[in-house]
Design a protein around this ligand. Structure first.
Ligand code: ZN
Length: 195
């Protein structure tokens, strides 16, 4: 399995492209810019959204226009936010975004999705930054969104943020991150034990 990082043009959020050379399809974690994905004519099977803030979802309609089979995975709260430009905060960026797709799969804490026959993505709910926050992990990588960015305090002063929940989520993530490469929602990928 190979992880490609793309730094998006809005707020430098990260999109991660998960590929495995043995298979002709791929997966994404979050979606911002889309040009480079469309140019590559990738077979994107699904997009796992870490949380429904604008900078982590803004390419959703563009990508679904080109890849209509692509499934969106998100938490229940996040699903509602995809259809509310207020909840996803796009309204305040001057580019209101309402998702066009019905191909949405709601994920809950403890869910698992097989990415490839031998690789499973595990889901944990990590609210605090936003109620929609999910963290995803395989045996080697953990995709933390904005729930945990090493060295940076979790932002909890946005609407529906919760400081206590954020701290609890960070504790959970840190344990999993000890043995995995951290792929945060902003900033660089980090492997703690190589530091
Ligand atoms: Zn955020």
């Amino acid at each position: 399995m190979n992880i490609g990082q793309h730094i998006n043009s809005i707020f430098n959020s990260n999109t991660y492209l998960i590929e495995d050379k043995a298979y002709d399809y791929c997966w994404l974690i979050d979606i911002g810019d889309t040009d480079y994905l469309i140019d590559k004519s990738l077979n994107i099977k699904g997009i796992f959204i870490t949380h429904s803030h604008f900078d982590h979802i803004y390419g959703i309609n563009e990508i679904l226009e080109k890849k209509s089979d692509c499934k969106i995975y998100i938490s229940e709260y996040g699903k509602n936010a995809l259809f509310s430009d207020k909840l996803n905060m796009s309204k305040y960026h001057g580019t209101p975004l309402i998702c066009n797709s019905n191909n949405i799969c709601v994920l809950n804490d403890g869910d698992r999705v097989d990415l490839f026959p031998d690789i499973t993505l595990n889901v944990i709910a990590t609210p605090g930054h936003c109620p929609s926050c999910l963290t995803y992990y395989t045996d080697k990588y953990i995709f933390t969104g904005d729930s945990y960015i090493p060295g940076i305090k979790v932002v909890t002063n946005l609407p529906k943020g919760n400081k206590i929940q954020a701290q609890e989520s960070v504790e959970k993530i840190k344990i999993l991150a000890e043995t995995r490469t951290i792929c945060p929602g902003h900033g660089e990928m980090i492997t703690l034990n190589s530091m």
